[in-house]
Design a protein around this ligand. Structure first.
Ligand SMILES: Cc1ncc(COP(=O)(O)O)c(C=O)c1O
Length: 419
């Protein structure tokens, strides 16, 4: 981690840079923890590493007693290196390796299986080592669109994750595990939805309730997943989510015995993060005005599907250009951030702050044309601390296994080719 003393950077950080607002992060994390304490004290908050895997952030979560939810061997390794013990890791995802699955089960990570090969490997381990008392959860594939029309992010298409209960696949896999001596003690229900509606989570809990009672399961954990929405303004939402889940399950689950696991990502990290950018150039082509910035969709919206709230501070108050196309620095024609209508006419050096960009931006961090931006932490008094310097050529060479001689490159000084 790269860090520095807090600095008064009144005009904003050097751009491009992400800025995490410490107070906003604290508010959202604490609010979710309190919603769990109030409605399901025997619960686990497990932060979704994929949503934003910035080491500073993972360490922040760990310090607050939050677990790590990981979906790959690399994420598992990252969580371990950052100090999460195996028993505070939720190990999910469709592509676990046999070696890590065996070690996670041996060391007590809360593990939800997602494929028949994982079922086979868990069964194999339980047969080899009956003394281990292997305990697993299974991810459930359920029909979100059928229960909450318009909510599925894949529309009418089926989700590809987990085991289908309706076609008997879930029961067949439970039977295979049980026969090998594995205890099936968890269900994992994660789905992503289009809106913040608490009904999505009640539907999810309803499906779990049906499975638990039909199959007579005694669960150690019910993992409802992530996919929650979070807003600084809506102070009730987290409570509504957890109380709705609790009331739906009250007939079939004893909350003292069964832990509720949640895997929030975007709901706690999207809103606290801004991306600060600057206008590099302005040009008129035909009737269009293009404003070229030092950021890109690659950093702002790697999935190319959002409209992002933003603030502009422009030198001029003129509105001589009713439409301005805000574009990224890359060479992709479609690296257009948005069309500004009736905004002050932008010029070189004007600043733009994009808001609510903490989820799925830094973790998609790309080496396309430029390397990932710096990250600052903004404290309550407005001062900034650098928590990740901007990646550079040296970092790029290192992570591509390339070593070179003593030469270095710095723009504006003599250059020497690396070999
Ligand atoms: C299994 C699982 N858990 C948690 C999350 C986190 O979701 P979000 O960042 O929307 O909270 C995801 C994201 O898709 C996921 O797939």
């Amino acid at each position: 981690m790269s860090s520095s003393e807090p600095q008064p950077i009144t005009e904003g950080p050097p751009t491009p840079a992400f800025v995490i607002d410490e107070e906003a992060l604290e508010i959202l994390v604490t609010r979710f923890q309190k919603a769990l304490d109030r409605n399901w004290p025997n619960s686990v908050m497990s932060y979704s590493v994929k949503t934003n895997s910035l080491p500073w952030l993972l360490s922040y979560m760990k310090q607050r007693g939050i677990w790590a939810e990981v979906v790959s061997d690399s994420e598992y390794g990252l969580a371990r290196v950052l100090g999460f013990p195996p028993e505070r890791i939720v190990y999910n995802g469709p592509v676990k390796s046999r070696a890590l699955l065996r070690s996670a089960l041996r060391e007590g990570s809360l593990t939800n299986l997602d494929s028949s090969r994982e079922v086979r490997w868990a069964a194999e381990l339980a047969r080899e080592r009956p003394d281990l008392n292997v305990r697993v959860g299974l991810r459930v594939n359920w029909d979100l669109e059928g229960l909450c029309p318009g909510e599925s992010t894949v529309g009418d298409a089926a989700s590809r994750f987990g085991f289908d209960f309706d076609n008997g696949d879930l029961s067949a896999n439970i039977a295979e595990l049980t026969a090998a001596g594995v205890k099936v003690v968890g269900l994992h229900m994660h789905r992503n939805s289009r809106t913040s509606s608490p009904q999505v989570f009640q539907a999810s809990a309803g499906v779990a309730s049906e499975i638990i009672s039909t199959l007579g399961l005694e669960l150690d954990w019910l993992d409802i997943g992530g996919g929650f929405f979070g807003s600084l303004k809506d102070t009730e939402l987290f409570d509504q989510y957890i109380s709705g889940i609790r009331s739906t399950l009250s007939d079939v689950v004893d909350p003292q015995r069964t832990r509720l696991v949640i895997e929030p990502g975007g709901s706690v990290i999207a809103a606290p993060v801004e991306l600060h950018a600057q206008v590099l150039d302005v040009k008129d082509i035909g009737r269009q005005r293009f404003v070229i910035t030092d950021t890109s969709r690659v950093d702002l919206d790697p999935l190319f599907r959002k409209t992002t709230p933003f603030d502009i501070s422009a030198e001029s108050a003129d509105q001589t250009h009713p439409e301005q196309v805000l574009a990224g620095f890359t060479c992709m024609e479609d690296d257009r951030l948005m069309v500004l209508t009736d905004y002050p006419t932008l010029s070189e050096g004007d600043r733009i702050v994009f808001r609510k960009v903490g989820a799925y931006t830094m973790s998609y961090g790309s080496a396309f044309i430029e390397y990932p931006p710096a990250v600052y932490l903004r404290h309550e008094d407005g001062l900034l601390t650098l928590i990740r310097r901007r990646c550079d050529v040296e970092d790029y060479l290192q992570c591509n296994g390339w070593s070179h001689g003593p030469s270095t490159f710095s723009a504006g000084s003599a250059t020497t080719a690396a070999s």
